[in-house]
Design a protein around this ligand. Structure first.
Ligand code: SF4
Length: 265
């Protein structure tokens, strides 16, 4: 959804711009195809899909074991070293989700995987929000995390993505949205933060400033505006084959982003 004079951004797009403009160009301007996937993304996608679909199951069948089965049903082996590793992690992820739903299954989400948007001076912002819960008049933003790191309240406080989700929720749905939460599915830890109108305005102002920079670079038509930024993230980059700077950092195996304990080891 691009409005003339504004650049379309999302939390992921903003991160990519700030991590590496060369990658931004390949991914969003040239729209290069990406071959393959990463095991941790395959696992994350299956967990997200299960937690999205589980609340649609009728009340009688909405058991934690049914949530585990949804993980199995949404599983793909893309990015895993071999079938044994994939199967081990599939069962590990199913157990994680079963534990999570045992603990938090009484929730009644207002919406799941909902894409919302908002317009600012230099940007149109969109984002897909894992879950919104209703607390009185307010909507609470929930983002599922499936990675190895357990988030803290400070992570929720500084998360640009969560702030954007709160902003676009409030603007699109015309409901107050200040509370943001990270639900770490593997550990069951919930990290939370309550924004204020001022803290959300600061986030929006920073996003708008980045949008202005992106628009200026795009309108310049100069490749020099999109230099590579080689660093540790190159090991995880999907565009290594098209990048002259990628050789500085070795490529990570496609399963390197999985949590530390490998159930097949
Ligand atoms: S390999 Fe590194 S420098 Fe090259 S596009 Fe990817 S992140 Fe940027």
């Amino acid at each position: 959804m691009t409005t003339p004079g504004r650049v379309a951004v999302s939390p992921t797009k903003l991160d990519t711009w700030q991590d590496c403009r060369y990658r931004y160009r390949l991914q969003y301007l040239e729209k290069r195809r990406v071959d393959g996937s990463w095991a941790h993304l395959s696992m994350g996608n299956a967990i997200h899909a299960a937690l999205r679909d589980w609340f649609d199951v009728d009340e009688e069948g909405r058991t934690p074991a049914a949530a585990a089965d949804l993980v199995r049903g949404n599983w793909t082996a893309l990015g895993f070293r071999d079938d044994a590793q994939s199967t081990g992690w599939r069962e590990n992820a199913a157990a994680m989700v079963e534990r999570y739903c045992t603990r938090y299954g009484s929730a009644a989400p207002y919406s799941r995987e909902r894409t919302l948007g908002a317009i600012a001076e230099h940007v149109t912002i969109s984002g897909r929000i894992d879950r919104l819960d209703e607390h009185g008049d307010e909507l609470v933003v929930i983002d599922y995390k499936t990675g190895r790191r357990v988030p803290s309240d400070d992570d929720a406080r500084v998360s640009r993505a969560l702030a954007i989700y709160a902003l676009i929720t409030a603007r699109s749905l015309r409901r107050p949205a200040f509370e943001v939460r990270l639900h770490h599915v593997p550990s069951g830890v919930v990290a939370s933060h309550r924004h204020t109108a001022e803290s959300l305005a600061r986030h929006l102002s920073r996003v708008d400033a980045i949008g202005r920079d992106i628009a200026a670079a795009q309108e310049s038509g100069q490749d020099t505006q999109f230099p590579p930024s080689p660093g540790p993230l190159c090991g995880w980059c999907d565009f290594r084959d098209a990048c002259p700077a990628s050789g500085i950092v070795p490529a990570q195996p496609r399963w390197a982003g999985l949590p530390a304990a490998d159930p097949t080891d």
